[in-house]
Write a new protein. Sequence first.
Length: 237
Amino acid sequence: MEISLDVPFVLGVLAEEHQRAANEIGEFGVVRAYEHSRQRHDARIASAPDVGTLACRAGCTWCCHFSVDVRAVEVFSILDFVERSLPAEEKARIYSEVRANSAALQGMDDMERMRRNVKCPFLSAGRCSIYEARPQTCRNYHATDVVGCQQSYEDPDNLEIDPEFAPMVYQAGGAHVDAFTRAMREAGYDTNVYEMNCALDTAISEPEARQRFEEKRAPFKKLSGDDVPGEFEDLAD
């Protein structure tokens, strides 16, 4: 689906979020700054003029089986949320599924993962058990017609399926993520992206990973990430 880019709107989000994120990273540390940023992320999407066109509803879980990329800051925030908020039995189930998914996906490239449906370990009884702390990718994945999402789930080998999405929701969410990521990169933190299950599994098995990340070093010894440029970053230059 092609969209008409609202350049002034995107530039406004980029500038506002970049400055706020840079200030909060310096004041609170990167993980807390990211958690503050999540609230603004949700607010920007909720106030997008076409948010009412979204078909996404509680109980719709097709996209909860798609490949999800995360950054290290998201990994540590998610693990904090799980440890703080979920009962022991649910934590055990999640960590077991994380390990199983990581083992299944280990060694696959991006295209292979896109063709492989894997149930998200945080999906429980049709709902996201970490909704407050869900990844940026999940926050930004929206569709105006559930048919495309269902087709992608039922036919994962068909990468030509293009679900319909809301242009302003897409631009609000994407610009927000680009701006926060740029502030992290400028502060010296790792901004590579990693497959979610593999990153979570590695972070759990490497307790020192968070310290390395907060010391502005590569966080994961056993995992290499991808340097993915922001979709709207060029507009801010």
